[in-house]
Design a protein around this ligand. Structure first.
Ligand code: GAR
Length: 208
């Protein structure tokens, strides 16, 4: 059984999707063993508590820079014996001390179709604001491995939704979460835990 450690910063609806999937047997070969939050008082921590999942708070604001913060995260991941790390609405970019130690073991959900609307500064509602500003007709979400560059690791799964004429960032965000993120994030975690993802020349493929 692989230990899944979920990193969060906010409401935790993606964490909830992972918890629900695990309960319904949809995450084969893996178990959520710990939740780590970069902020205290967020609702994701309530979700962990309600489901008896051990949680830790490692507040980003208590560390002077990304490097020292990432070292604290790395220590926690090692202590938790993480096999898979899921960034589920985790709003801090991790330094290479973490991404190198856990290469191809960290997955992230990004609320757009990478390589569009991604990279530093593109997170949460901002992503949907930019997509609407641009006038795209289709958007979606991407589940990808995390490497040294923001949102640039190998893509595992992507899913799309149509953009409607009168969408607001909030409406588009909700449609993408419900139709794509909450389905594909648990699916990717399950594929990983069953060793069904292979990397060839830096790209991710799902084994048959
Ligand atoms: C989700 O839409 C997730 O894709 C996005 O933040 C939201 C978190 O919601 N993540 C990013 O923008 C990361 N770059 P949640 O806390 O309810 O899961």
């Amino acid at each position: 059984m692989k230990n899944i450690v979920v990193l969060v910063s906010g409401g935790g609806t993606n964490l909830q999707a992972l918890i629900d999937a695990e309960k319904s047997g949809l995450i084969q070969g893996g178990k959520i063993t710990c939740v780590i939050s970069s902020k205290d008082g967020v609702y994701a921590l309530e979700r962990a508590k309600n489901n008896n999942i051990p949680a830790r708070v490692i507040p980003r604001k208590e560390y002077p820079d990304s490097k020292s913060y990432s070292e604290a995260i790395l220590n926690a991941l090692n202590e938790e014996k993480a096999d898979l790390i899921v960034l589920a609405g985790f709003m801090t970019i991790l330094d290479e001390c973490v991404t190198k130690a856990y290469a191809y073991k960290i997955i992230n959900v990004h609320p757009a179709l990478i390589p569009s609307f991604c990279g530093e500064g593109f997170y949460g509602l901002k992503v949907h604001e930019k997509a609407l500003e641009y006038g795209v007709k289709v958007s979606g979400a991407t589940i990808h491995f995390v490497n040294e560059e923001a949102d640039a690791g190998a893509i595992i799964l992507q899913g799309t939704v149509d953009v409607q004429r009168d969408d607001t960032p909030e409406i588009l965000q909700k449609r993408i979460m419900e139709n794509v993120e909450w389905k594909l994030l648990p699916k990717a975690a399950s594929l990983f835990c069953q060793d069904k993802i292979e990397i060839i020349d830096g790209k991710a493929y799902i084994k048959d």
